[in-house]
Design a protein around this ligand. Structure first.
Ligand SMILES: [Zn+2]
Length: 80
């Protein structure tokens, strides 16, 4: 599966060519615009910003906060 986003200059599809891990929650991705007349090559960042459903195996990550929706579901769960 190709990871694509719109080129910020011409709005044509741009395809991810390479990616590099910067941290557990951040990657740097190099995109190339698919429009040969444009050919824009640029770097974007992909960051994990919040948890919707916590991991059932690994618990929480200190750099990934729970979303408001997830917190509400947690507080509405019945106590046993
Ligand atoms: Zn472009």
């Amino acid at each position: 599966m190709r990871f694509t986003i719109a080129c910020p200059l011409c709005s044509t599809r741009a395809i991810a060519r390479t990616s590099r891990k910067l941290s557990d929650t951040m990657r740097e991705i190099t995109f190339r615009c698919d429009n040969d007349e444009c050919g824009h090559v640029y770097i974007a960042q992909l960051e994990v910003v919040r948890t919707i459903v916590p991991s059932g195996r690994y618990g929480s990550h200190p750099d990934i906060p729970l979303s408001g929706r997830s917190r509400a579901a947690h507080w509405q769960a019945p106590h046993q």
